[in-house]
Write a protein that binds this ligand. Structure first.
Ligand code: ZN
Length: 271
């Protein structure tokens, strides 16, 4: 009888181990520029309102307590980030981090030094993109873990200070996933399509709103299979990998944003 009990326990432990190995790892407190600060802000009945400057901040439940999930701006040089939690200031100590340089060559010089007509187009597109990246939809958060939108080798190029044809340009605000043109890209968790377009630098682009300022972006697609306003479940197809916009070859540029600031997707991705 005792032996049978142990066998049962063994089978149960094995089941649990299997469940753990397939579960997504919970993102951890990553308090550096381009990282995500996750801090305990109490256990009241209602989630406290949290802001960073004028930006509302995502609040989620974890282990039965409220946690603020803050995108730390890539360009911050401060040692402390000050959050407003309800009517109190809360300081978050930051860890410094420096990012390497990346030098890229593109054949089409207009991607490095755009002309007047292109600058006007870029300005108009910037407004559409910024609006989508700064959206704050007040829904309850069901977490921040992300499944991979496409399988393939992931670059660790987030935050790199970039030079195109030797000219300094904006830092790289995402992760590049190498995959062949035509590979299926899926939603990494449920969300609503907040923008799509064929943009000058980003090529064919889809932006997903996961609620409370948690936004993901997919660039350089060969095809877009969703429309603005469409609700998606995790795993639903949003488009296909391509090489549209400013690229050196086919890949998915995957951007992740919290409180309007770009954060390193590697922190949010399960294995
Ligand atoms: Zn990229």
């Amino acid at each position: 009888m005792i032996k049978q009990c142990f066998m049962f326990l063994g089978a149960l432990l094995l089941l649990q181990a299997t469940a753990f190995s397939t579960a997504q790892a919970a993102p951890e407190h990553s308090p550096w520029p381009g990282g995500i600060a996750i801090i305990d802000i109490g256990s009241g009945a209602e989630p406290p309102v949290v802001t960073l400057g004028d930006k509302p901040v995502l609040v989620m439940a974890r282990d039965k307590r409220w946690h603020a999930v803050v995108g730390v701006p890539l360009d911050t040089s401060a040692e402390t980030l000050t959050l407003r939690v309800a009517d109190e200031d809360v300081g978050i100590e930051l860890v410094s981090r420096s990012y390497r340089e990346q030098r890229l060559t593109v054949k089409n010089q207009s991607y490095v030094t755009p002309g007047q007509a292109q600058l006007e187009r870029i300005g108009a597109e910037r407004k559409i993109i910024d609006t989508a990246l700064n959206e704050f939809r007040p829904v309850a958060s069901d977490g921040i873990e992300l499944a991979a939108p496409v399988t393939g080798p992931r670059s660790s190029s987030f935050g790199l200070r970039r030079f195109f044809n030797d000219l300094p340009r904006a830092p790289h605000k995402g992760m590049d996933i190498a995959a062949a043109a035509g590979e299926t890209i899926v939603a990494p968790r449920r969300g609503v399509v907040s923008a799509t377009g064929d943009f000058f630098f980003n090529g064919n682009t889809v932006i997903l709103d996961h609620g409370q300022g948690f936004v993901t972006m997919y660039c350089h697609l060969s095809a877009i299979d969703v429309e603005t306003g469409q609700a998606l479940l995790a795993g639903e197809k949003i488009g296909a990998v391509g090489a549209t916009g400013r690229v050196t070859g086919p890949h998915l540029h995957f951007g992740t944003y919290l409180n309007g600031t770009a954060v390193d997707p590697a922190i949010l991705l399960a294995e």
